[in-house]
Design a protein around this ligand. Structure first.
Ligand SMILES: Cc1ncc(COP(=O)(O)O)c(C=O)c1O
Length: 459
């Protein structure tokens, strides 16, 4: 079937973390709609990796059918659950796994916490490749592990692994684990087989257990190939643990269903013990049903969704290249998160934060600051991450225009540009109701109306 990703669904009133909450320190606070409903009081959420697209129809149908049963008692996965995962890994990635390798957890982040607890005694070290999804740090620190960073190299607008530094750091016998993010959030790299091979060889040689977080492994753009780390060789399979879930792929995060794949029997037995001790294993009644439907019948939706996102990416890249050349889009190979290099704006971290949050009223994932030494000087990179949301970017730019960096003409340009018909991918359509909802103000809406009228007359 043909899915309509343009369709908007108002998520307010569903306890949506993205739309109804805000993070303050470690707290997640409920964010009431401001009494003042003026545009300027609203904050647009583009932080958590959570799509605003409806799920594949087979998933919705399966969940509705399950809900109609009306009884939601304790649930356990059966063969059909494990087979759905085994078949998905085989057909999607050519990776052959066995059902008994799979351990269920209520999320990859809880799993990362439990994995560190299982294999790392307090005081031992865990390596991560920064900048990286920040809960990695928390998983290590909360279990009294010591964080070791192997910063990625950012050169000529592209990120790569620093193998020399990795060699050095993993030589320390106290480094017992490395958490790999593959594909990488936030830099958008889909690591090549060669990169993973080098990474793995260094870790294995130094007795460092690799935990590969592959939650974004199904979100790969044309021209790139995802390689499951454990599929590289038997040695890699025995020396690693893979974290997977259908949650990013099919937007099922609220169902709390993820699968940790461990081929090595001893490692698996230790992890299972932790699950037993913490009573954290098991699955929810809806999670089982949704996973099976998504993995067995969700590929058509996934193909269309990736195509739609690719269209958004092209649009964003073209727009930024033309109208905001001070910002560069780090090439995206996988995931639906975009990483923008804002160095050339020449703003301090605080100024950038103020611009994005207070002026643009866009709520993004935390700003990351990476310092890298290039020969004799230190270069600072301020980057920010946002989910695709071209509409939202427009709102951001409109608001930012009142500050200084961009200039009011940009909003006109994007409105006009949007009407360009000859696009390979579905055009990102500006809907007036949406513009209204995301806080564009009256003068812009009026301008938009005038434009539409003029255009109609012309055609
Ligand atoms: C790399 C990575 N791992 C894990 C998660 C979250 O996993 P979960 O919701 O299953 O805890 C995310 C979410 O954005 C992520 O980007």
């Amino acid at each position: 079937m043909k899915y309509d990703f343009d369709r908007e669904i108002n998520r307010k009133g569903t306890n949506s973390v993205k739309w109804e909450f805000i993070k303050q320190g470690n707290e997640l606070l409920y964010r009431k709609e401001p009494d003042d409903s003026s545009a300027s009081a609203r904050l647009l959420p583009m932080w958590v990796a959570d799509m605003d697209f409806p799920c594949p129809e087979p998933v919705v149908e399966a969940l509705v059918a399950r809900a109609q049963h009306r009884i939601f008692g304790y649930t356990s996965p059966t063969d059909s659950y494990y087979n759905a995962i085994v078949n998905w890994m085989k057909k999607r990635h050519g990776w052959e796994i066995k059902p008994e390798w799979i351990c269920t957890t209520p999320g990859v982040v809880p799993a990362l916490h439990m994995l560190v607890k299982t294999y790392i005694s307090p005081g031992y070290k865990v390596l991560i490749q920064t900048p990286v999804y920040y809960p990695f740090n928390k998983a290590i620190e909360n279990s009294d592990g010591v964080l070791v960073t192997n910063s990625l190299i950012y050169e000529d607008g592209r990120y790569s692994m620093d193998f020399a530094d990795l060699e050095l750091k993993t030589k320390d016998p106290q480094v017992k684990m490395a958490i790999l993010c593959s594909p990488h959030n936030p830099v958008g790299r889909v690591w090549t087989r060669d990169e993973l091979l080098r990474f793995g060889e260094i870790c294995i040689k130094n007795n460092v257990l690799v935990v590969s977080d592959e939650i974004h492994g199904d979100l790969i753009f044309e021209g790139y190939v995802f390689t499951p780390f454990a599929d590289i060789s038997e040695d890699f399979s025995q020396s690693s643990i893979t974290c997977t879930a259908p949650s990013k792929t099919f937007n099922l995060a609220g169902l709390k269903t993820s699968n940790i794949i461990i081929a090595n029997e001893q490692l698996r037995a230790r992890f299972k013990k932790t699950l037993e001790r913490t009573a954290m294993g098991g699955v929810g009644a809806f999670g089982v049903v949704a996973l099976e439907a998504a993995y067995n019948h969700g590929e058509e939706w996934l193909a269309q969704m990736l195509d739609y996102i690719m269209g958004n990416l092209q649009y964003l890249e073209e727009y930024i290249a033309e109208y905001l050349p001070q910002i560069s889009v780090v090439p995206l190979e996988g995931t639906y998160l975009v990483w923008l290099d804002c160095c050339s704006l020449g703003l301090s971290k605080l100024e950038l934060k103020r611009l994005i949050l207070s002026e643009a009223k866009v709520y993004l994932e935390r700003l990351a600051e990476t310092r890298q030494s290039f020969k004799k000087h230190v270069r600072k990179i301020f980057a920010l991450k946002c989910e695709y949301g071209v509409y939202s970017l427009i709102a951001a730019i409109k608001r930012a225009s009142s500050v200084n960096a961009y200039g009011a003409q940009y909003i006109e340009n994007i409105l006009y540009q949007d009407m360009t018909p000859e696009r390979n991918h579905p055009p990102v359509r500006l809907k007036k109701e949406y513009l209204n909802r995301i806080c564009l103000e009256e003068p812009i809406l009026a301008e938009y109306d005038t434009f539409i009228i003029k255009r109609k007359k012309r055609s």
